[in-house]
Design a protein around this ligand. Structure first.
Ligand code: GDP
Ligand code: IMO
Ligand code: MG
Length: 423
């Protein structure tokens, strides 16, 4: 069997959590391959809303094994809080959750360093979620990190103290002290995590593939936040694109089958950095209001703008997207006209390619007729001409079919355009 991948094509928050939860019954395993508590994946069903940060979005499906892969940076303190929230709902994740022993740990000092580095940047700050992501991946790449598997070894205490002392020395220059209670809370959380299944997830995944099991890799963040291909330096610190699946789970490329690329019918960004189609006017405010665009992790308002096909096309290319999923289509209800960026002008040159920097590009738009009907009232085959035109224009530009349309936060508010391709 092969691995399917679902990942965001924009700047995150496309609705990955909702769709992974929706697709989970079709899979045996759901696996997160990168990111960490900077992610906020929202799921809604039976009138309840859940936000997951590190735990894969298949956790509510008892038959699905959920794997936190080696590419994830794990904060045990956040992990404990997430698990305790699930216990309150009478969900026992011990039964269907497995964590890689190779996951790097986010230490309390990584979070303090994140804050120190952001503050130092002043106006040029990234707008990080301050969850310690950059410093934790930094330690990993500098070969100075601690991994989850280390907590089971006898010399963990020594390694931990040495690392904290190194971080304290850096923090001293920023006049930041490390509160002892943060270290105690961290250690308590490590004891908590020891009760969970920790192991070599690369074996589990590959053995299950051999047995014919179906695996869905769940991306976090979005392709435009990828550390290599995103709007650097305003990016996250991992590969959010397809390559992250192989390195973050230990799965060979030839095992990859479908790549589901998920995007909002418009565009949002939270944090700093260039955003060519951003609308700093009442139209942007309307999108923010109708889309309830506030961050699931930090609560920050998300910046809003029109759909950008130039960057979407780039994301499709880098990821080899086979199927597109269009989310939040309902949010475009009630706009007289809708614009879609289909080229950029940089230094008087018009192009459909994404330039090295997005700082000084002027997008050109295709103007389309809006619609007033409620998508929820439309049956799959009765989408109005305007909605179908919108879908057709995007599919034509991206040379990729849109096979799923989402029109509300609930699991049920989802339609497949071509049902037979999903059997
Ligand atoms: P993720 O990080 O990609 O999982 O996305 P988030 O959970 O951060 O943000 C997506 C937000 O949109 C959440 O509040 C979802 O409940 C909501 N959502 C998902 N799909 C739809 C949709 O089709 N319509 C509307 N109105 N909301 C949606
Ligand atoms: P999900 O998985 C949206 C953004 C931050 C900031 C930049 C770097 O929910 O889609 P970091 O905390 O990684 O140092 O932040 O990336 N960012 C996200 N934006 N959705 C996310 O995750 C994000 N995770 C990080 O706002 O601009
Ligand atoms: Mg999110």
């Amino acid at each position: 069997m092969k691995v399917d991948i679902l990942l965001g094509l924009q700047w995150g928050d496309e609705g990955k959590g909702k769709v992974v939860d929706y697709l989970a019954p079709k899979y045996d395993i759901i696996a997160r391959f990168q990111g960490g508590p900077n992610a906020g994946h929202t799921l809604e069903f039976d009138g309840i809303k859940h936000v997951l940060h590190q735990i894969p979005s298949g956790i509510f499906h008892g038959n699905c094994l959920n794997i936190i892969g080696n590419g994830v940076v794990l904060d045990p303190v956040v992990f404990r809080k997430e698990i305790e929230a699930l216990y309150k709902l009478s969900i026992d994740p011990k039964k269907n959750l497995l964590i890689s022993n190779r996951c790097h740990l986010i230490l309390p000092t990584h979070k303090l360093l994140d804050k120190a580095y952001e503050e130092e940047k002043g106006e040029k700050k990234i707008g990080s979620t301050l969850k310690g992501i950059g410093p934790a991946y930094g330690s990993k790449i500098a070969r100075a990190g601690l991994r989850l598997g280390d907590i089971l070894s006898n010399d963990f205490e020594k390694k931990f103290s040495e690392t904290i002392e190194e971080h304290k020395a850096i923090l001293e220059a920023y006049e930041i002290e490390v509160d002892d209670h943060l270290l105690l809370e961290f250690k308590d959380s490590l004891e908590f995590i020891k009760d969970f299944e920790i192991g070599s997830t690369e074996y589990v995944l590959n053995n299950n593939l051999k047995k014919g099991k179906r695996i869905l890799a769940e991306g976090a963040q979005g392709s435009l936040l990828d550390v290599d291909f995103g709007s650097y330096p305003f990016v996250t610190s991992s590969n959010t694109t397809v390559s992250g699946v192989c390195s973050g789970l230990g799965i060979p490329p030839r095992r990859v089958d479908k790549v589901y690329g998920i995007f909002k019918a418009y565009c949002t960004r939270v944090g700093s950095g260039p955003f060519p189609t951003e609308l700093l006017n009442d139209v942007g405010e309307k999108l923010q209001k109708q889309g309830n665009e506030f961050g699931a992790t930090t609560g920050r308002p998300r910046r809003c703008g029109w759909l950008d096909l130039v960057s979407l096309n780039y994301s499709c290319m880098i990821n080899g997207v086979t199927d597109l999923f269009m989310m939040k289509t309902d949010v475009l209800e009630g706009f007289d006209e809708i614009n879609v960026a289909n080229s950029y002008t940089t230094n008087d040159e018009k192009s459909e390619e994404l330039p090295f920097s997005l700082e000084h590009v002027t997008p050109s738009y295709k103007n389309m007729k809006g619609w007033s009907e409620t998508i929820a009232d439309m049956q799959t085959k009765k989408l109005t001409v305007e909605v179908l035109d919108y879908i057709a224009f995007i599919e034509h530009y991206l040379e990729t079919p849109i096979n799923l349309v989402s029109y509300g936060p609930d699991r049920k508010e989802t339609v497949f355009k071509k049902d037979d391709s999903w059997s």
